[in-house]
Write a new protein. Structure first.
Length: 422
């Protein structure tokens, strides 16, 4: 423990070196969790190619951080019997990941139905370029002589070794170029008008993630070049670059997931909120029906909302014959007189009329009006009426004012006038 603390105190890269063996598993765990969260949606909407592409990119990112861990590198080298064979393998995964991200952004922005010449040409260039770079990496590694296994500092250790030098430069420059292109496409897209809020936030996370990824190459390349000049800066590659790579991967994963997950959660919240807003009216209708909607454990939120709406409307239809239109009109005038906005006043008046109708329904000796009032507006505004039932003080004030002599007289005069005009 004392030795470890001494290394941390005297070396600026001590912290990363001390925790390097487990450092790479952090983004791998985050990416795996993100893929696990996204997997049910991908399976349920398997016909959506964009969702499948996002899942593939996340899976590829997970593979990168699993195989870049020193323990995995040593295991792959031991299984194959070839020292440092993990280098071209990891570099190939990184190149494929960068190319896949670029393809996903192109398809996401232009739409999968876009078959324009420029889009097709861009896709072909990305695929051809990625495949060419991957093939060249393996050829250069086969030509190189790299007998000493390096688990953490291969890029700088072999920076001046023939063919290994070219392989390292090729993967760094190719991936940096792909990252620059992807980053430019993203930030140009962010400035587009009319984007969905969740998509815009996802693109911002992607933009920051790719900027962080560019900084990874910005410290890797100087560390490699410094080896040529005899002024080694290996700590840039072994201590500064790994945290940047991890942060970049997490930000990019969030950026790809956020638009889909945000829209999904927003829709779930909207359905739950609509279901909750109907609760007061639902409870009032249960006093009329005596039952309710049966609880089904595995019912989706959408199905529960539909069942609650259907139950309310089914009870409202026979209850409508007990609604006194004159009373509702007086309640509306009273709500306006109390300073409520017209829409809210109409909801309060309907709520008061419904409460009166429920009471009338409970008294079978009462006679219902000869002509049942129209229920179109009431059925359409069940949410606002239900929300009005949450304000008993307002309802009491409206009821009290509506039964006062002033408004009662005005309501009777209006009724007489309607009778004369009829």
């Amino acid at each position: 423990m004392t030795t470890a603390l001494a290394r941390l105190a005297w070396s600026p890269a001590g912290f990363v070196n001390e925790f390097y063996p487990s450092f790479w598993w952090i983004p791998a765990g985050v990416l795996t969790a993100a893929l696990a969260i996204k997997l049910p949606t991908i399976v349920r909407l398997w016909s959506d190619p964009l969702l499948r592409a996002v899942g593939g990119v996340l899976l590829l990112a997970c593979a990168v951080f699993v195989f870049v861990a020193p323990s995995t590198i040593a295991r792959v080298n031991r299984i194959t019997g070839v020292p440092n064979i993990s280098a071209p393998w990891v570099y190939s995964l990184l190149t494929a990941f960068c190319g896949s991200c670029l393809l996903l952004i192109i398809a996401w922005r232009n739409g999968l139905s876009d078959r324009s010449a420029s889009t097709v040409r861009a896709v072909r260039w990305v695929i051809a370029g990625s495949c060419t770079v991957i093939a060249a990496l393996w050829v250069l590694f086969a030509l190189a002589d790299a007998p000493v296994e390096r688990l953490r500092d291969l890029d700088t250790y072999y920076a001046d070794t023939p063919y290994m030098r070219e392989m390292i430069l090729l993967y760094l420059l190719a991936q940096a170029l792909a990252t620059v292109i992807t980053s430019c496409l993203i930030w140009n897209w962010v400035r587009t008008e009319g984007l969905d809020a969740w998509l815009r936030w996802g693109l911002k996370f992607l933009g920051v993630g790719y900027a962080t990824q560019l900084s990874f190459y910005a410290v890797k390349l100087p560390a490699v070049v410094a080896r040529w000049t005899g002024h080694p800066l290996d700590w840039l590659s072994t201590a500064v670059a790994p945290p940047l790579a991890c942060l970049s991967a997490i930000l990019i994963a969030v950026g790809f997931i956020l638009p889909h997950a945000g829209q999904y959660l927003h829709e779930r919240w909207r359905v739950h909120a609509a279901h909750h807003r109907l609760r007061p009216l639902y409870l009032l209708m249960r006093t009329v029906n005596g039952g309710g909607v049966p609880f089904v454990l595995h019912a989706t939120p959408e199905l529960r909302l539909i069942r609650r709406e259907t139950f309310i409307r089914d009870v409202l239809l026979p209850l409508a014959r007990h609604i006194d239109e004159d009373r509702r009109h007086r309640a509306y005038e009273a709500a306006l007189a109390l300073g409520h906005a017209p829409a809210h006043a109409r909801a309060l008046a309907c709520a008061v009329a419904l409460q009166d109708a429920v009471e009338a329904h409970r008294r079978p000796t009462d006679t219902a009006p000869d002509h049942a009032p129209g229920t179109t507006d009431l059925l359409r505004e069940i949410t606002t009426v239900s929300q009005a039932l949450r304000h008993p003080d307002d309802l009491l004030a409206v009821r009290t004012r509506a039964t006062g002599p002033g408004l009662a007289g005005r309501g009777a005069a209006a009724s007489d006038q309607r009778g004369v005009s009829g």
